[in-house]
Ligand binder design. Structure first.
Ligand code: NDP
Ligand code: OXD
Length: 311
């Protein structure tokens, strides 16, 4: 089976080599080093933000494996996807990475590190009183692989945790809310709101003025889902009005974040360059190799994306 690999330039060879080691019987070729005639023979694609030409030229794909958890990139305008299974990565290593990011983001504001970093620069010795974790109400938007691991870690760390999902989910120690009806009461109890949703037509722009208005005064917003979940102007307005206390952002509408973007200098925003949960190569290649073998043998791989739901 011939498989094309299209990944960001800085990691594409590592993925190709890792996959070749995990599945030596398969033939991996890097995009765009695929001659026109050869594209016809390619039966699977392993992708992260692959260009539309890949799908146009590799016309006999039987499967698409995404090098990450989120698959919204595949449904972007201009991409004509073949009707084949789409496999994503569901990896406990990644989930734990995300969970530790969310915990660190909360602690940054909860324990006033945001102010201490500035105070250190100014040589100011001033103590702040921080709230203990059991008095801190955290809400996790999305209770999938990422959200469940994050909620679990937060419960273990003594927070008062709630989760919001499309369908009702039960997790030990987590107050569950679901759908439109669950949205207002969920938001009303979020001192910290962490967005770990997939980007779909329903979730785009969810972190906007109406959502911020429902949060308790002085809440902190964490977005590690996708940049388009957030209405950037609404966040700036809510921070500047003091409605929100702070924001921790890992994902942005435009990545890399342009140098002139107002988020860079905002005193109440901590930003990171889309690193909350980078895909783990060692476990990733094993999962993708398994999916490719299953497809080659005529089976149905696990961790499929539901196209109708969009995630
Ligand atoms: P999953 O598909 O496992 O979980 C998605 C969760 O979101 C589910 O609980 C689902 O509800 C819920 N959801 C989806 N749509 C809605 C909606 N309209 N209303 C309420 N809840 C909804 O995804 P993962 O947990 O694996 O990943 C989530 C996202 O995290 C990815 O799509 C990606 O965008 C982002 N991500 C970011 C990374 C980073 O480094 N910043 C790294 C990895 C992922 P239900 O349970 O009912 O299906
Ligand atoms: C992912 C990501 O979705 O890294 O895996 O954003």
């Amino acid at each position: 089976m011939q498989v094309v690999v299209s990944a960001p330039a800085e990691v594409s060879e590592r993925w190709r080599d890792g996959l070749a080691q995990a599945a030596p019987e398969l033939d991996f070729v890097l995009w765009p080093e695929v001659a026109d005639g050869d594209a016809e023979a390619i039966e699977a694609a392993v992708v992260w933000n692959a260009p539309p030409e890949l799908y146009a030229r590799c016309r006999h794909l039987k499967c698409i494996c995404v090098l990450g958890a989120g698959t919204d990139q595949l449904f972007a305008p201009g991409i004509e996807l073949p009707e084949v299974p789409i496999v994503r990565i569901v990896d406990p290593v990644m989930a734990l990475r995300m969970a530790s990011y969310v915990l660190a983001a909360i602690l940054h504001f909860q324990r006033d590190f945001h102010d201490y970093v500035r105070q250190q620069r100014e040589r100011v010795w001033r103590k702040h009183r921080s709230r203990d974790s059991h008095r801190v109400r955290v809400g996790v938007m999305g209770l999938g692989a990422m959200g469940r691991a994050s909620a679990k870690l937060l419960v273990t760390n003594g927070y008062d945790v709630a989760g919001w999902s499309r369908s009702p989910r039960r997790l030990p120690g987590v107050e569950g809310f679901a759908g439109e009806d669950g949205w207002p009461p969920f938001l009303a109890r979020c001192d910290y709101l962490a967005c770990l949703l997939p980007l779909t037509a329903e979730t785009r722009g969810l972190l906007g003025v109406e959502t911020f208005a429902r949060l308790p005064e002085g809440a902190v917003v964490i977005n590690a889902g996708r940049g388009a979940h957030l209405v950037e102007a609404d966040l700036l307005a809510a921070l500047d009005a003091g409605r929100l206390r702070g924001a921790v952002l890992d994902v942005f509408e435009t990545e890399p974040l342009p140098p002139e973007h107002p988020f860079w200098d905002h005193p109440r925003i901590l930003l990171t360059p889309h690193v909350a949960s980078i895909t783990n190569l060692e476990t990733g290649v094993v999962q993708i190799a398994a999916a490719l073998r299953t497809v080659r043998d005529g089976g149905v791989p696990v961790n499929l994306v539901d196209r109708a739901r969009g995630y």
